[in-house]
Design a protein around this ligand. Structure first.
Ligand SMILES: Cc1cc2nc3c(=O)[nH]c(=O)nc-3n(C[C@H](O)[C@H](O)[C@H](O)COP(=O)(O)OP(=O)(O)OC[C@H]3O[C@@H](n4cnc5c(N)ncnc54)[C@H](O)[C@@H]3O)c2cc1C
Ligand code: FES
Length: 310
């Protein structure tokens, strides 16, 4: 699949650091934390940090929790996260306030491949939209960024004002969807994405890329929608997805986060989404083997047990 040339990106080296919470606020159902973490502040859009939670002698709190970087500022030495209380680990993070100190490892994983020209459409579901104001502000001049931010309801939309301002600064627009219609258009992010991709490009030859972040089912639906748009218009749409597979270590050791991904040679391998992702080429992910509770090993994957595996 052809794509616009991208901006060469330097890969920052991760480090473990004790990070003071320098600002904290509740916004909708989310807790927004600004952490003084100079190493993690060198993150690129799409990368994540892993935060140690609570009492490490409690088995429920043993593992670090992964959070996408909402924004990073290497000059201020800060990294920001937006967290939804889900279970014990995220509840602990959401209870942090100014002056608390958290143990952070980052920046981790791969970032988005930002285009050097053309059009980029950002698609976020719930807190999956967290990195997108920063992503839109990071593209080179001349790239037009549109965005679709969706959620179950208005309270679960994330950083709508920040994303709107950042995409409008590039000449693009933000489209909001909610499942219940409590804000924006009632429906799924893919409804708005399909309409956006059906629009003719501003000029002939303008490449369109999509970058998406959200629940796995949404990412699979975004890949399908972009595939249909490519077939319908004959204009290829490349899709990068920041996957959110369960990550126990975040640094490539434990293999809890593996996903089946087709390589350039056409063969499927189980890749660690924490180190070889979380940003992956959607066209290469074997969505047929990815479920709500993790991925299965396709029978034709390199190294798959005889007769396939569950
Ligand atoms: C790359 C990435 C980016 C993410 N970004 C965000 C974000 O920006 N904002 C946000 O709110 N959430 C984000 N998440 C989801 C967040 O990491 C989970 O909601 C969180 O780990 C859940 O922990 P919990 O203790 O609250 O919940 P629970 O699911 O109740 O945890 C229960 C048990 O599961 C274990 N466990 C928890 N998480 C994992 C895991 N990842 N792998 C293996 N075992 C685990 C815990 O040890 C615990 O014992 C992201 C996840 C990933 C992988
Ligand atoms: S989370 Fe441990 S290898 Fe990816």
């Amino acid at each position: 699949m052809t794509s616009a040339p991208s901006v060469p990106a330097e890969v920052p080296v991760p480090a473990q650091e004790r990070a003071a919470v320098v600002a904290a606020a509740d916004t909708g159902v989310y807790r927004h934390l600004v952490l003084a973490a100079p190493a993690a502040s060198r993150a690129r859009p799409g990368q994540f940090v892993a935060v140690a939670v609570g009492d490490p002698t409690s088995s429920a709190m043993l593992l670090r929790r992964a959070f996408s970087v909402h924004r990073a500022d290497p000059v201020a030495g800060t990294v920001e996260v937006v967290v939804a209380a889900h279970g014990p680990g995220t509840a602990w993070v959401c209870a942090r306030d100014v002056g608390d100190v958290v143990d952070v490892v980052g920046p981790l994983g791969t970032g988005f491949d930002l285009p050097a020209s053309g059009r980029l459409v950002l698609v976020g579901g719930g807190y999956g939209s967290a990195p997108f104001a920063w992503t839109a502000a990071s593209v080179p001049a001349g790239v037009v960024v549109d965005a679709v931010a969706g959620a179950g309801d208005a309270e679960r939309l994330c950083d709508v004002d920040g994303i709107r301002a950042a995409v409008e600064a590039t000449g693009g627009r933000l489209h909001v969807t909610t499942d219940d219609g409590s804000a924006g258009r009632q429906g799924r992010v893919t409804d708005a994405l399909a309409d956006l991709l059906a629009e003719p490009p501003a000029s002939a030859g303008t490449a369109t890329g999509v970058a998406a972040c959200g629940p796995m089912a949404m990412l699979a639906a975004v890949a399908t929608t972009a595939g249909r748009a490519t077939q319908g218009s004959g204009r290829p749409v490349t899709v990068q997805v920041a996957v959110e597979e369960a990550m126990a270590c975040g640094i490539g050791i434990c293999m809890t986060c593996v996903l089946p991904v087709r390589g350039a040679d056409g063969r499927t391998r189980m890749l660690r989404s924490c180190t070889e992702g979380p940003v992956l080429d959607a066209e290469r992910v074997r969505w047929d083997c990815v479920g709500a509770h993790g991925a299965s090993v396709p029978a034709d994957a390199v190294g798959a047990p005889e007769g396939g595996a569950a």
